[in-house]
Design a protein around this ligand. Structure first.
Ligand code: GLV
Ligand code: MN
Ligand code: MN
Length: 464
Protein backbone atom coordinates (compact mmCIF):
# COMPACT_ATOMS: atom_id res chain seq x y z
CA UNK A 1 0.00 0.00 0.00
CA UNK A 2 0.99 3.62 -0.22
CA UNK A 3 3.54 5.24 1.96
CA UNK A 4 1.09 7.85 3.17
CA UNK A 5 -0.18 5.95 6.11
CA UNK A 6 2.36 6.91 8.76
CA UNK A 7 0.53 8.45 11.69
CA UNK A 8 2.57 11.63 11.79
CA UNK A 9 1.92 12.68 8.17
CA UNK A 10 0.35 16.08 8.50
CA UNK A 11 -2.54 16.72 6.12
CA UNK A 12 -1.67 19.41 3.64
CA UNK A 13 2.01 18.53 3.51
CA UNK A 14 3.67 16.59 0.74
CA UNK A 15 2.96 12.95 1.44
CA UNK A 16 5.68 10.39 1.15
CA UNK A 17 4.29 9.17 -2.16
CA UNK A 18 5.14 12.56 -3.64
CA UNK A 19 1.58 13.85 -3.88
CA UNK A 20 1.12 17.59 -3.80
CA UNK A 21 -0.42 19.29 -0.80
CA UNK A 22 -4.15 19.96 -0.70
CA UNK A 23 -5.15 23.13 -2.43
CA UNK A 24 -8.04 23.91 -0.10
CA UNK A 25 -10.90 25.06 -2.30
CA UNK A 26 -13.76 22.61 -2.18
CA UNK A 27 -12.20 20.67 0.66
CA UNK A 28 -12.61 21.71 4.26
CA UNK A 29 -8.95 20.69 4.66
CA UNK A 30 -6.99 23.20 6.65
CA UNK A 31 -10.09 25.03 7.87
CA UNK A 32 -11.07 22.53 10.49
CA UNK A 33 -9.65 21.79 13.89
CA UNK A 34 -6.24 20.17 14.32
CA UNK A 35 -6.49 16.58 13.16
CA UNK A 36 -7.04 14.23 16.06
CA UNK A 37 -4.92 11.13 16.38
CA UNK A 38 -6.43 8.13 14.63
CA UNK A 39 -9.14 6.43 16.65
CA UNK A 40 -7.25 3.22 16.00
CA UNK A 41 -5.16 4.12 19.07
CA UNK A 42 -1.40 3.80 19.07
CA UNK A 43 -0.97 0.64 17.06
CA UNK A 44 -0.66 1.19 13.34
CA UNK A 45 -3.51 -0.89 12.05
CA UNK A 46 -3.64 -0.67 8.29
CA UNK A 47 -5.35 -2.53 5.48
CA UNK A 48 -3.23 -5.00 3.57
CA UNK A 49 -3.14 -4.27 -0.13
CA UNK A 50 -2.11 -7.84 -1.00
CA UNK A 51 -5.10 -9.25 0.87
CA UNK A 52 -7.45 -6.86 -0.87
CA UNK A 53 -5.93 -7.74 -4.25
CA UNK A 54 -6.33 -11.44 -3.71
CA UNK A 55 -9.97 -11.07 -2.61
CA UNK A 56 -10.66 -9.03 -5.75
CA UNK A 57 -9.01 -11.70 -7.91
CA UNK A 58 -11.04 -14.50 -6.32
CA UNK A 59 -14.31 -12.66 -6.84
CA UNK A 60 -13.38 -11.70 -10.42
CA UNK A 61 -13.26 -15.38 -11.38
CA UNK A 62 -17.03 -15.55 -10.95
CA UNK A 63 -18.69 -14.48 -14.17
CA UNK A 64 -15.35 -13.81 -15.86
CA UNK A 65 -15.76 -13.10 -19.58
CA UNK A 66 -13.50 -15.17 -21.84
CA UNK A 67 -12.48 -11.98 -23.64
CA UNK A 68 -11.69 -10.14 -20.37
CA UNK A 69 -13.81 -8.33 -17.82
CA UNK A 70 -16.72 -9.67 -15.82
CA UNK A 71 -20.42 -10.20 -16.52
CA UNK A 72 -22.15 -10.90 -13.21
CA UNK A 73 -25.59 -9.45 -13.54
CA UNK A 74 -28.00 -9.00 -10.67
CA UNK A 75 -30.26 -11.90 -9.72
CA UNK A 76 -28.23 -14.50 -11.61
CA UNK A 77 -26.46 -17.62 -10.29
CA UNK A 78 -23.14 -15.78 -10.76
CA UNK A 79 -24.18 -12.99 -8.41
CA UNK A 80 -25.32 -15.58 -5.88
CA UNK A 81 -21.99 -17.43 -6.16
CA UNK A 82 -20.13 -14.20 -5.40
CA UNK A 83 -22.36 -13.57 -2.37
CA UNK A 84 -21.78 -17.14 -1.18
CA UNK A 85 -18.01 -16.74 -1.51
CA UNK A 86 -17.84 -13.51 0.45
CA UNK A 87 -20.47 -14.68 2.92
CA UNK A 88 -18.15 -17.63 3.63
CA UNK A 89 -15.23 -15.27 4.30
CA UNK A 90 -17.35 -13.29 6.72
CA UNK A 91 -18.48 -16.46 8.45
CA UNK A 92 -14.84 -17.54 8.78
CA UNK A 93 -14.22 -14.22 10.52
CA UNK A 94 -16.82 -15.21 13.10
CA UNK A 95 -19.74 -13.15 11.85
CA UNK A 96 -23.31 -14.34 11.76
CA UNK A 97 -24.28 -14.27 8.11
CA UNK A 98 -27.75 -14.34 6.61
CA UNK A 99 -29.25 -13.74 3.19
CA UNK A 100 -32.54 -11.83 3.05
CA UNK A 101 -35.48 -12.45 0.74
CA UNK A 102 -34.22 -10.18 -2.07
CA UNK A 103 -30.68 -11.62 -1.91
CA UNK A 104 -28.85 -9.06 0.21
CA UNK A 105 -26.16 -10.72 2.33
CA UNK A 106 -26.05 -9.28 5.84
CA UNK A 107 -23.29 -10.19 8.31
CA UNK A 108 -23.18 -8.99 11.89
CA UNK A 109 -20.34 -8.49 14.34
CA UNK A 110 -21.85 -7.75 17.75
CA UNK A 111 -21.12 -4.54 19.61
CA UNK A 112 -20.33 -4.23 23.30
CA UNK A 113 -23.24 -1.94 24.19
CA UNK A 114 -26.61 -3.58 24.59
CA UNK A 115 -29.42 -2.63 22.27
CA UNK A 116 -27.49 -0.16 20.15
CA UNK A 117 -28.30 0.25 16.46
CA UNK A 118 -25.75 -0.99 13.95
CA UNK A 119 -23.18 0.81 11.88
CA UNK A 120 -23.33 -0.56 8.34
CA UNK A 121 -20.58 -0.88 5.77
CA UNK A 122 -20.66 -2.53 2.35
CA UNK A 123 -21.56 -2.24 -1.30
CA UNK A 124 -22.50 -4.66 -4.13
CA UNK A 125 -21.09 -7.61 -6.09
CA UNK A 126 -23.16 -7.55 -9.27
CA UNK A 127 -21.69 -6.02 -12.42
CA UNK A 128 -22.89 -4.58 -15.70
CA UNK A 129 -22.48 -6.74 -18.84
CA UNK A 130 -18.78 -6.72 -19.75
CA UNK A 131 -17.92 -4.76 -16.63
CA UNK A 132 -15.04 -5.31 -14.30
CA UNK A 133 -13.75 -6.29 -10.90
CA UNK A 134 -13.86 -3.02 -8.91
CA UNK A 135 -17.25 -1.31 -9.16
CA UNK A 136 -19.01 -2.29 -5.94
CA UNK A 137 -16.53 -5.05 -5.19
CA UNK A 138 -14.04 -2.61 -3.67
CA UNK A 139 -16.59 -1.61 -1.03
CA UNK A 140 -17.29 -5.26 -0.25
CA UNK A 141 -13.66 -6.35 0.12
CA UNK A 142 -13.07 -3.12 2.05
CA UNK A 143 -15.80 -4.15 4.48
CA UNK A 144 -14.33 -7.66 4.84
CA UNK A 145 -10.89 -6.16 5.47
CA UNK A 146 -12.36 -3.78 8.06
CA UNK A 147 -13.84 -6.73 9.95
CA UNK A 148 -10.55 -8.59 9.66
CA UNK A 149 -8.60 -5.64 11.08
CA UNK A 150 -10.95 -5.43 14.04
CA UNK A 151 -10.90 -9.14 14.69
CA UNK A 152 -7.15 -9.67 14.22
CA UNK A 153 -6.42 -6.80 16.57
CA UNK A 154 -9.06 -7.73 19.13
CA UNK A 155 -10.90 -4.44 18.76
CA UNK A 156 -14.50 -4.14 19.87
CA UNK A 157 -16.99 -1.55 18.81
CA UNK A 158 -19.83 -0.31 20.96
CA UNK A 159 -22.30 -0.58 18.08
CA UNK A 160 -22.79 -3.80 16.16
CA UNK A 161 -20.99 -3.65 12.82
CA UNK A 162 -23.17 -4.90 9.98
CA UNK A 163 -21.66 -5.74 6.61
CA UNK A 164 -24.21 -5.51 3.82
CA UNK A 165 -23.68 -6.84 0.31
CA UNK A 166 -26.59 -5.43 -1.61
CA UNK A 167 -28.19 -7.47 -4.40
CA UNK A 168 -28.80 -6.07 -7.87
CA UNK A 169 -27.26 -2.61 -7.52
CA UNK A 170 -26.53 -2.12 -11.20
CA UNK A 171 -29.62 -1.10 -13.09
CA UNK A 172 -28.17 -2.79 -16.15
CA UNK A 173 -30.49 -5.78 -16.21
CA UNK A 174 -33.92 -4.50 -15.17
CA UNK A 175 -33.39 -0.77 -15.63
CA UNK A 176 -34.08 -0.21 -11.95
CA UNK A 177 -30.85 0.38 -9.98
CA UNK A 178 -30.22 -0.45 -6.33
CA UNK A 179 -32.98 -3.05 -6.09
CA UNK A 180 -31.66 -4.69 -2.91
CA UNK A 181 -31.32 -1.38 -1.10
CA UNK A 182 -34.67 -0.07 -2.37
CA UNK A 183 -36.42 -3.19 -1.06
CA UNK A 184 -34.93 -2.80 2.44
CA UNK A 185 -35.95 0.87 2.61
CA UNK A 186 -39.43 0.21 1.20
CA UNK A 187 -38.86 2.37 -1.90
CA UNK A 188 -39.66 -0.80 -3.87
CA UNK A 189 -42.07 -3.46 -2.71
CA UNK A 190 -43.17 -6.95 -3.71
CA UNK A 191 -45.69 -5.39 -6.11
CA UNK A 192 -42.88 -3.88 -8.20
CA UNK A 193 -41.20 -7.22 -8.87
CA UNK A 194 -43.57 -8.31 -11.62
CA UNK A 195 -43.39 -4.96 -13.42
CA UNK A 196 -39.62 -5.10 -14.01
CA UNK A 197 -38.44 -7.00 -17.08
CA UNK A 198 -35.00 -7.68 -18.42
CA UNK A 199 -34.09 -7.59 -22.13
CA UNK A 200 -35.26 -11.20 -22.52
CA UNK A 201 -38.65 -10.35 -20.98
CA UNK A 202 -37.94 -12.16 -17.69
CA UNK A 203 -39.65 -10.41 -14.78
CA UNK A 204 -37.80 -9.85 -11.53
CA UNK A 205 -40.11 -12.17 -9.62
CA UNK A 206 -39.39 -14.91 -12.15
CA UNK A 207 -35.66 -14.16 -11.97
CA UNK A 208 -35.84 -14.54 -8.18
CA UNK A 209 -37.61 -17.88 -8.48
CA UNK A 210 -34.93 -19.08 -10.90
CA UNK A 211 -32.26 -18.52 -8.24
CA UNK A 212 -34.41 -20.23 -5.58
CA UNK A 213 -35.76 -17.12 -3.85
CA UNK A 214 -39.43 -16.71 -3.02
CA UNK A 215 -40.63 -13.30 -4.26
CA UNK A 216 -43.65 -13.45 -1.92
CA UNK A 217 -41.30 -13.15 1.05
CA UNK A 218 -39.64 -9.94 -0.10
CA UNK A 219 -41.69 -7.79 2.30
CA UNK A 220 -39.80 -9.44 5.17
CA UNK A 221 -36.53 -7.90 4.00
CA UNK A 222 -37.62 -4.40 5.07
CA UNK A 223 -35.32 -2.69 7.59
CA UNK A 224 -36.38 -0.84 10.70
CA UNK A 225 -35.00 2.64 11.01
CA UNK A 226 -34.17 2.20 14.69
CA UNK A 227 -31.94 -0.79 13.91
CA UNK A 228 -29.39 1.44 12.19
CA UNK A 229 -27.06 4.19 13.32
CA UNK A 230 -25.23 5.04 10.07
CA UNK A 231 -23.88 3.56 6.84
CA UNK A 232 -20.54 4.01 5.05
CA UNK A 233 -19.80 2.84 1.50
CA UNK A 234 -16.36 2.69 -0.07
CA UNK A 235 -16.46 2.82 -3.88
CA UNK A 236 -14.32 3.60 -6.89
CA UNK A 237 -14.89 7.08 -8.29
CA UNK A 238 -15.78 6.02 -11.87
CA UNK A 239 -14.59 9.39 -13.11
CA UNK A 240 -11.36 11.35 -13.55
CA UNK A 241 -11.52 13.97 -10.82
CA UNK A 242 -9.33 12.27 -8.20
CA UNK A 243 -6.73 11.06 -10.68
CA UNK A 244 -6.41 14.42 -12.43
CA UNK A 245 -6.03 16.19 -9.10
CA UNK A 246 -3.65 13.57 -7.69
CA UNK A 247 -6.03 13.24 -4.74
CA UNK A 248 -6.27 9.84 -3.07
CA UNK A 249 -9.67 10.17 -1.41
CA UNK A 250 -13.02 11.61 -2.48
CA UNK A 251 -15.86 12.40 -0.09
CA UNK A 252 -19.22 12.53 -1.78
CA UNK A 253 -21.60 15.39 -1.04
CA UNK A 254 -24.29 14.81 -3.68
CA UNK A 255 -25.10 11.59 -5.55
CA UNK A 256 -26.73 11.87 -8.98
CA UNK A 257 -30.18 10.52 -9.60
CA UNK A 258 -31.28 8.75 -12.75
CA UNK A 259 -34.43 8.61 -14.82
CA UNK A 260 -34.60 5.69 -17.23
CA UNK A 261 -36.89 5.37 -20.21
CA UNK A 262 -37.73 2.59 -22.59
CA UNK A 263 -38.82 3.84 -26.01
CA UNK A 264 -40.32 1.65 -28.66
CA UNK A 265 -40.46 2.95 -32.21
CA UNK A 266 -42.77 1.01 -34.50
CA UNK A 267 -42.58 1.49 -38.24
CA UNK A 268 -43.14 -0.93 -41.11
CA UNK A 269 -40.75 -3.76 -41.96
CA UNK A 270 -40.39 -4.19 -45.71
CA UNK A 271 -38.07 -5.22 -48.51
CA UNK A 272 -34.88 -3.16 -48.60
CA UNK A 273 -34.72 -3.27 -52.39
CA UNK A 274 -38.34 -3.15 -53.35
CA UNK A 275 -39.47 -0.25 -51.17
CA UNK A 276 -38.95 3.30 -52.50
CA UNK A 277 -37.41 5.74 -50.02
CA UNK A 278 -40.45 8.03 -50.03
CA UNK A 279 -42.93 5.47 -48.70
CA UNK A 280 -40.89 3.90 -45.93
CA UNK A 281 -41.65 3.91 -42.21
CA UNK A 282 -38.14 3.01 -41.05
CA UNK A 283 -38.11 2.58 -37.28
CA UNK A 284 -34.32 2.64 -37.05
CA UNK A 285 -33.90 5.83 -39.08
CA UNK A 286 -36.48 7.45 -36.78
CA UNK A 287 -34.72 6.10 -33.68
CA UNK A 288 -31.42 7.48 -34.93
CA UNK A 289 -32.94 10.93 -35.18
CA UNK A 290 -34.49 10.58 -31.72
CA UNK A 291 -31.11 9.63 -30.27
CA UNK A 292 -29.14 12.46 -31.85
CA UNK A 293 -31.82 14.93 -30.80
CA UNK A 294 -31.74 13.62 -27.23
CA UNK A 295 -27.98 14.01 -27.18
CA UNK A 296 -28.31 17.58 -28.43
CA UNK A 297 -30.80 18.35 -25.65
CA UNK A 298 -28.36 17.04 -23.04
CA UNK A 299 -25.55 19.10 -24.57
CA UNK A 300 -27.60 22.28 -24.47
CA UNK A 301 -25.85 24.62 -22.01
CA UNK A 302 -29.14 25.00 -20.13
CA UNK A 303 -28.81 21.33 -19.18
CA UNK A 304 -25.16 21.57 -18.26
CA UNK A 305 -24.42 18.89 -15.69
CA UNK A 306 -26.94 16.43 -17.08
CA UNK A 307 -25.70 13.22 -18.69
CA UNK A 308 -27.79 11.26 -21.15
CA UNK A 309 -27.02 7.85 -22.61
CA UNK A 310 -28.74 5.54 -25.04
CA UNK A 311 -26.96 2.32 -24.17
CA UNK A 312 -29.22 -0.40 -25.47
CA UNK A 313 -30.77 -0.72 -28.90
CA UNK A 314 -32.76 -3.68 -30.17
CA UNK A 315 -33.55 -3.67 -33.86
CA UNK A 316 -36.20 -5.94 -35.35
CA UNK A 317 -35.81 -8.00 -37.46
CA UNK A 318 -32.13 -6.95 -37.53
CA UNK A 319 -31.54 -8.09 -41.08
CA UNK A 320 -29.38 -6.52 -43.77
CA UNK A 321 -32.14 -6.74 -46.35
CA UNK A 322 -35.22 -5.72 -44.34
CA UNK A 323 -36.23 -2.19 -43.39
CA UNK A 324 -36.34 -2.16 -39.58
CA UNK A 325 -39.93 -2.41 -38.41
CA UNK A 326 -39.37 -2.00 -34.68
CA UNK A 327 -36.67 -0.54 -32.48
CA UNK A 328 -36.49 -0.55 -28.71
CA UNK A 329 -34.03 1.70 -26.96
CA UNK A 330 -33.23 2.80 -23.44
CA UNK A 331 -32.45 6.32 -22.28
CA UNK A 332 -30.58 6.95 -19.02
CA UNK A 333 -30.71 10.56 -17.80
CA UNK A 334 -28.53 11.41 -14.80
CA UNK A 335 -28.17 14.61 -12.86
CA UNK A 336 -27.47 15.99 -9.42
CA UNK A 337 -30.41 18.36 -9.98
CA UNK A 338 -33.69 16.44 -9.71
CA UNK A 339 -35.80 19.03 -11.57
CA UNK A 340 -33.38 19.20 -14.47
CA UNK A 341 -33.14 15.38 -14.56
CA UNK A 342 -36.91 14.92 -14.84
CA UNK A 343 -37.42 17.89 -17.16
CA UNK A 344 -34.78 16.58 -19.56
CA UNK A 345 -36.34 13.10 -19.57
CA UNK A 346 -39.74 14.67 -20.31
CA UNK A 347 -38.25 16.79 -23.11
CA UNK A 348 -36.72 13.68 -24.70
CA UNK A 349 -40.14 12.01 -24.81
CA UNK A 350 -41.82 15.17 -26.13
CA UNK A 351 -39.33 15.57 -28.96
CA UNK A 352 -39.34 11.86 -29.75
CA UNK A 353 -43.13 11.98 -30.08
CA UNK A 354 -42.91 14.93 -32.50
CA UNK A 355 -40.19 13.23 -34.55
CA UNK A 356 -42.18 10.01 -34.72
CA UNK A 357 -45.27 11.89 -35.93
CA UNK A 358 -43.26 13.63 -38.60
CA UNK A 359 -41.80 10.34 -39.83
CA UNK A 360 -45.04 8.39 -39.78
CA UNK A 361 -43.93 5.90 -37.12
CA UNK A 362 -45.44 5.20 -33.69
CA UNK A 363 -43.74 5.87 -30.41
CA UNK A 364 -44.43 4.22 -27.06
CA UNK A 365 -42.53 5.63 -24.09
CA UNK A 366 -42.31 4.08 -20.65
CA UNK A 367 -40.43 5.28 -17.57
CA UNK A 368 -38.77 2.16 -16.19
CA UNK A 369 -36.94 3.68 -13.22
CA UNK A 370 -36.63 6.97 -11.44
CA UNK A 371 -34.12 7.59 -8.68
CA UNK A 372 -33.69 10.97 -7.02
CA UNK A 373 -30.36 12.67 -6.48
CA UNK A 374 -29.41 12.72 -2.80
CA UNK A 375 -27.48 15.18 -0.67
CA UNK A 376 -25.57 13.19 1.94
CA UNK A 377 -25.41 14.52 5.51
CA UNK A 378 -22.60 16.97 6.07
CA UNK A 379 -21.73 15.73 9.56
CA UNK A 380 -20.93 12.25 8.30
CA UNK A 381 -18.75 13.73 5.57
CA UNK A 382 -17.00 15.93 8.11
CA UNK A 383 -16.31 12.93 10.31
CA UNK A 384 -14.87 10.99 7.37
CA UNK A 385 -12.82 14.06 6.43
CA UNK A 386 -11.34 14.11 9.92
CA UNK A 387 -10.54 10.41 9.63
CA UNK A 388 -8.79 11.04 6.33
CA UNK A 389 -6.83 13.94 7.78
CA UNK A 390 -5.80 11.94 10.81
CA UNK A 391 -4.36 9.32 8.46
CA UNK A 392 -2.57 11.96 6.40
CA UNK A 393 -4.63 11.32 3.28
CA UNK A 394 -5.65 14.34 1.27
CA UNK A 395 -9.23 14.36 0.13
CA UNK A 396 -11.66 16.43 -1.83
CA UNK A 397 -15.39 16.81 -1.62
CA UNK A 398 -17.11 15.88 -4.85
CA UNK A 399 -20.35 14.80 -6.47
CA UNK A 400 -20.97 11.27 -7.72
CA UNK A 401 -22.17 10.79 -11.28
CA UNK A 402 -22.95 7.13 -10.58
CA UNK A 403 -25.67 5.91 -8.26
CA UNK A 404 -24.97 4.01 -5.03
CA UNK A 405 -26.75 1.92 -2.42
CA UNK A 406 -25.65 4.38 0.29
CA UNK A 407 -27.72 7.06 -1.46
CA UNK A 408 -30.77 4.83 -1.09
CA UNK A 409 -30.28 3.74 2.53
CA UNK A 410 -29.63 7.36 3.44
CA UNK A 411 -33.46 7.56 3.57
CA UNK A 412 -33.27 5.45 6.75
CA UNK A 413 -29.95 6.44 8.32
CA UNK A 414 -27.18 8.98 7.80
CA UNK A 415 -24.84 7.71 5.08
CA UNK A 416 -21.43 8.60 3.72
CA UNK A 417 -19.53 7.58 0.58
CA UNK A 418 -15.74 7.42 0.23
CA UNK A 419 -14.19 7.31 -3.25
CA UNK A 420 -10.82 6.02 -4.38
CA UNK A 421 -9.37 6.94 -7.80
CA UNK A 422 -10.25 5.16 -11.03
CA UNK A 423 -7.42 4.82 -13.56
CA UNK A 424 -8.14 7.06 -16.54
CA UNK A 425 -11.56 7.58 -15.01
CA UNK A 426 -13.02 4.60 -16.86
CA UNK A 427 -15.67 2.30 -15.43
CA UNK A 428 -18.35 -0.21 -16.50
CA UNK A 429 -15.75 -1.62 -18.94
CA UNK A 430 -13.09 -4.33 -18.64
CA UNK A 431 -10.39 -1.62 -18.50
CA UNK A 432 -11.70 -0.34 -15.13
CA UNK A 433 -8.78 -0.40 -12.67
CA UNK A 434 -7.77 0.90 -9.26
CA UNK A 435 -4.46 0.01 -7.64
CA UNK A 436 -4.54 -2.17 -4.54
CA UNK A 437 -2.60 0.54 -2.68
CA UNK A 438 -5.24 3.14 -3.53
CA UNK A 439 -7.93 0.74 -2.37
CA UNK A 440 -6.00 0.08 0.86
CA UNK A 441 -5.92 3.81 1.57
CA UNK A 442 -9.66 3.95 1.07
CA UNK A 443 -10.12 1.01 3.43
CA UNK A 444 -7.99 2.77 6.04
CA UNK A 445 -10.27 5.79 5.79
CA UNK A 446 -13.36 3.56 6.00
CA UNK A 447 -11.96 1.75 9.05
CA UNK A 448 -10.90 4.92 10.82
CA UNK A 449 -14.19 6.67 10.03
CA UNK A 450 -16.20 3.70 11.25
CA UNK A 451 -14.31 3.71 14.57
CA UNK A 452 -14.84 7.46 14.93
CA UNK A 453 -18.54 7.08 14.17
CA UNK A 454 -18.78 4.35 16.77
CA UNK A 455 -17.12 6.45 19.45
CA UNK A 456 -18.92 9.62 18.58
CA UNK A 457 -22.36 7.99 18.49
CA UNK A 458 -21.64 6.04 21.67
CA UNK A 459 -20.68 9.29 23.41
CA UNK A 460 -23.85 11.02 22.18
CA UNK A 461 -25.90 8.03 23.30
CA UNK A 462 -24.25 8.02 26.73
CA UNK A 463 -25.06 11.72 27.19
CA UNK A 464 -28.68 11.46 26.23
C1 GLV B 1 -24.38 2.19 -10.81
O1 GLV B 1 -23.32 1.64 -10.74
C2 GLV B 1 -24.61 3.19 -11.76
O2 GLV B 1 -24.55 2.85 -12.95
O3 GLV B 1 -24.82 4.32 -11.37
MN1 MN C 1 -21.28 0.54 -8.00
MN1 MN D 1 -21.92 0.36 -11.63
Amino acid sequence: MSGTSTRDTTPGTVASNGEAPASGGATPSGNGPEPAAPASDGATIRAEAARLGSMLSEIAKIGADPEGGVSRLGFTPAERDAHDLVGGWLRDLGLEVRVDAIGNTIAERPGTADGTPAIGIGSHLDSVPHGCRYDGIVGVVGAVETVRLLTENGIDTAHPLRVVIFAGEEGARFGEPCIGSKIVTGELTERDLSTMRDAAGVTLDEALRRISFDPRKVGGARWRRDAWAAFLELHIEQGRVLEVGGTPVGLVDVVSGSTRLRLEVSGRADHSGGTPMAIRADALAAAAEIITHAEALARDPRNRGARLTVGRLEVHPNSITTIPGRVRLTVDVRDVDSDRQRALAAAVVRHATELADRRGVQLAAERIADTSPVVLPIWVRQLVAEASEALGHRYRVMTSGAGHDAQVVNALMPAGIVFVPSKDGVSHVPEEWTSASDIARGVDVLYEAMLRLDRMLAAVGADS
